[in-house]
Design a protein around this ligand. Structure first.
Ligand SMILES: Cc1nc(C(=O)O)sc1CCOP(=O)(O)O
Ligand SMILES: C=C1C=NC(C(F)(F)F)=NC1=N
Ligand SMILES: [Mg+2]
Length: 539
């Protein structure tokens, strides 16, 4: 049975490894359990096998795959692939060159290639459609399965870079699967986050080895992966993620919700921000806790209406931050990231990139230069000067905010004279494969909050950081069916309204700090947003 290439379903790709079989299982029994429960493609990968065994195992597995009408791919060994009449091969960067493999196998067989770098994508694009049919992008996360790997885990950001390269090189024929450390606790996030920045290309599937091959119940493990793949949604928080732009924000409801919930707002932040941020949180009905103790983070994340703000102004140990993100992700409670000084030093950039690739954030809040760096548009910063005199024009800021929102499937807030709020959560939904192009950056909703310039906001410490405290308080107050987008717009609008009010009352930066907390306190309790001299609108 020769499969036509566009027939191949890459969604659940099982790669074998007979060195990790549980007691009583055989290569065939594990593969058959997989085939019976939703595996759609099999690769026999036996690094330690001698050729005779590899051949005989291959014949058995080929028979099984034929019975289940699933293609069989052979790893590395083109000769064995030919001998057992496999449907294709998968080769790595150090294996037989692709053009030679293609010549040996002919045009109809499936050829897979291990890819982790942009230049490898450029190479396959140059070869054109007749060469590489699919790529294994990895490793995404650390894995024990691949012995002495020559590359390090790339995270979801690394996968996105490869997907973007495929789009930029026009390699539309290539199918993609992610591989490396993929398990039920992370595959939805991988499928959800890993899409090209233009919104056209998602992964075509995931490849797993140990999750099935080492499983005591390979059938159940397969079904769990199958169900997660078919769910097409990653509900990473226990409240609404609608990105329906038309929904006008309901600030009143958001203010009532914070007043009712009095959310626990855990701060992992810099020393300068801690005191002021705690007072801002209290002023808007939040209850702050400043804790970086790993042993309590799981308990805190399970408190009703808990939320977490990570402000990397002070570089807390990465493992503490990662443990906190994991705890709140598992509890489906919101995490807000303020990547202070994102591109200021390589240390901060790699710490923030590590974090961003490690968990799912409900909101990323930062200023224009940090947003441009995150969007990798910093070279566009000098194009034109906008009214506030900052050296970045609003169109560039909006473009960057939308790119970051979409790339991290989060609500991105870019602060300045105009605060921009882009909602890239896609409602928590994802799809496998490619879809129609939707413009240069996904047509995600973006709002602007403005009320005139408030220069004195920049004259006190932690005014930007404390917007993070306010956003986290509003998100922390949510439970289903409240909407994240609405809460963030309300928080940003309240914050700007309080800034304006305080600026009109203060005598200098000292009194501004006091007036600002008073204004937040007052406006949160008066709850008459229609009187605020601040506008928000969809752009
Ligand atoms: C076979 C393989 N290739 C990788 C790559 O990065 O190219 S990672 C890997 C092993 C993946 O095993 P597990 O699902 O058990 O983590
Ligand atoms: C090294 C590998 C990388 N990727 C893949 C797959 F995902 F299946 F394409 N298989 C491999 N053997
Ligand atoms: Mg190889």
């Amino acid at each position: 049975m020769v499969f036509t290439k566009d027939q191949v379903d890459y969604s659940l790709y099982l790669v074998t490894d007979s060195t990790m079989l549980p007691p009583g299982a055989t290569l065939s029994s594990q593969v058959e359990e997989g085939l019976m429960n939703g595996v759609t493609l099999v690769q026999i990968r036996e690094k330690d096998c001698d050729t005779k065994n590899f051949f005989h195992e291959g014949v058995l597995i080929k028979k099984l795959c034929t019975d289940y009408n699933v293609p069989l791919i052979v790893n590395d060994r083109v000769d064995v692939a030919l001998a057992i009449r496999a449907d294709g091969v998968h080769v790595g960067q150090d294996d037989m060159p692709i053009p030679v493999v293609r010549e040996l196998l002919g045009p109809d067989k499936i050829i897979g290639w291990s890819v982790s770098k942009v230049e490898e994508v450029e190479k396959l694009a140059n070869w054109g459609p007749g060469m590489v049919d699919n790529i294994g992008i990895g490793m995404v996360f650390p894995t024990q399965t691949k012995k002495n790997p020559k590359k390090s885990p790339m995270g979801t950001a690394g996968v996105i870079k490869v997907l973007d390269a495929l789009e930029n090189c026009g390699a539309s024929w290539v199918k993609t699967v992610a591989i490396g450390g993929l398990h039920p606790d992370n595959i939805q996030r991988v499928l959800y986050q890993c899409s090209s920045t233009n919104g056209r290309r998602y992964l075509d599937g995931i490849a797993v080895v140990s999750d099935i091959m080492a499983s005591e119940d390979a059938g159940l493990s397969t079904r769990i992966l199958r169900d997660l793949l078919d769910s097409n949604s990653y509900k990473f928080v226990d409240f609404g993620l609608s990105n329906e732009a038309l929904q006008v924000s309901n600030i009143n409801a958001a203010l009532h919700q914070v007043h009712f919930a009095r959310p626990l707002v855990q701060h992992m932040t810099n020393k300068v921000h801690q005191n002021f941020g705690a007072n801002v949180t209290l002023a808007v009905f939040g209850s702050p806790i400043m804790s970086e103790v790993v042993s309590e983070v799981k308990d805190l994340s399970n408190i009703p209406y808990a939320s977490l703000l990570i402000n990397t102004g002070t570089i807390a140990p990465l493992d503490v931050l990662k443990a906190a993100v994991t705890a709140y992700n598992e509890s489906k409670r919101p995490v807000v990231l303020d990547p202070v000084g994102y591109s200021a030093t390589p240390t901060r950039m790699s710490l923030n990139n590590d974090l961003l690739s490690y968990g799912q954030f409900s909101c990323i809040k930062c200023n224009a230069s940090e947003m441009l760096s995150l969007a990798e548009l910093s070279d566009e910063r000098m194009k034109g000067v906008d009214s506030s005199g900052s050296n970045i024009n609003n169109d560039t800021v909006i473009k960057a905010t939308k790119i970051v929102a979409y790339r991290y499937k989060t609500i991105a807030v870019c602060t300045g004279e105009y605060d921009f709020i882009a909602n890239g959560t896609m409602g928590g939904h994802y799809s496998l494969g490619t879809q129609e192009i939707r413009g240069d950056s996904p047509s995600i909703p973006c709002f602007v909050v403005h009320g005139g310039n408030i220069p004195i906001m920049g004259d006190i410490t932690a005014s930007g950081c404390s917007l993070g405290s306010t956003i986290t308080s509003f998100l922390g107050s949510l439970s289903f069916p409240n909407e994240a987008q609405n809460a963030v717009i309300a928080a940003v609008t309240l914050y700007k309204a309080a800034g304006k009010l305080a600026a009109s009352r203060c005598k200098g930066s000292g009194s501004f700090q006091v007036e600002f907390i008073d204004a937040l306190y007052q406006l949160s309790r008066e709850n008459i947003p229609e009187k605020w001299d601040v506008k928000y609108e969809l752009i």
